[in-house]
Design a protein around this ligand. Structure first.
Ligand SMILES: Cc1cc2nc3c(=O)[nH]c(=O)nc-3n(C[C@H](O)[C@H](O)[C@H](O)COP(=O)(O)OP(=O)(O)OC[C@H]3O[C@@H](n4cnc5c(N)ncnc54)[C@H](O)[C@@H]3O)c2cc1C
Length: 158
């Protein structure tokens, strides 16, 4: 009987590799599978499925960039669509613990969609809540446009 595969997008790479190894060892054809799925000589390929942290960092990049380019004066439809987007996004985000956490946050802090500034600041605060939970430093939300839209004032992104 085959066991359910561990969720790679819910774990960091090390934990995933560990659980994957365990699952493989318990299967009869583990030797063959190990050869196929574990990286050779510990060299990590760059075209593998994303783990939780890779997915997280790329998703934040997308979300903050989307907020950075949201209109300054959105229509009522755009405001409503952006709210819907975050609610739907939070039900399909493929890391379960992250998705559940986000759903709770959305209940407490609904998306602020009145303008680009409102949305970017709201998202920065949502991301900071996750940073706090994970023991990471908080980001200074005054700098959010420099980070995700205009580049740093010192010209280092030009
Ligand atoms: C919606 C969502 C929920 C998540 N929930 C969880 C969870 O519950 N548990 C878990 O283990 N992981 C969660 N993650 C993943 C986690 O947030 C990180 O993405 C992951 O740990 C990798 O972190 P990182 O150090 O690469 O930087 P990330 O946190 O991914 O940040 C990427 C970059 O964004 C910038 N940044 C950081 N903070 C802010 C901010 N507040 N505003 C604007 N820019 C900022 C920084 O330049 C940083 O380098 C979640 C990810 C997402 C997208």
């Amino acid at each position: 009987m085959s066991q359910e595969k561990p969720c790679r997008a819910c774990m960091d790479f090390k934990s995933w590799a560990k659980s994957q190894k365990k699952a493989l060892e318990s299967e009869k054809d583990s030797e063959e599978k190990k050869k196929k799925s574990l990286s050779v000589n510990n060299v990590k390929r760059n075209d593998c499925p994303l783990d939780k942290d890779e997915l997280g960092s790329r998703t934040w990049s997308f979300l903050h960039t989307m907020a950075a380019y949201y209109p300054n004066n959105p229509s009522d439809e755009q405001k409503s669509d952006m709210k819907k987007f975050f609610h739907i996004f939070s039900t399909f985000y493929p890391c379960n613990v992250c998705a559940e956490d986000l759903q709770e946050q959305l209940k407490q802090f609904p998306p602020q969609t009145d303008s680009q500034k409102h949305l970017s600041q709201w998202l920065c605060n949502i991301h900071n809540e996750v940073n706090k939970k994970l023991g990471k430093p908080e980001f200074d939300c005054k700098l959010v446009d420099q980070r995700w839209k205009d580049g740093w004032l010192d010209g280092s992104c030009d």
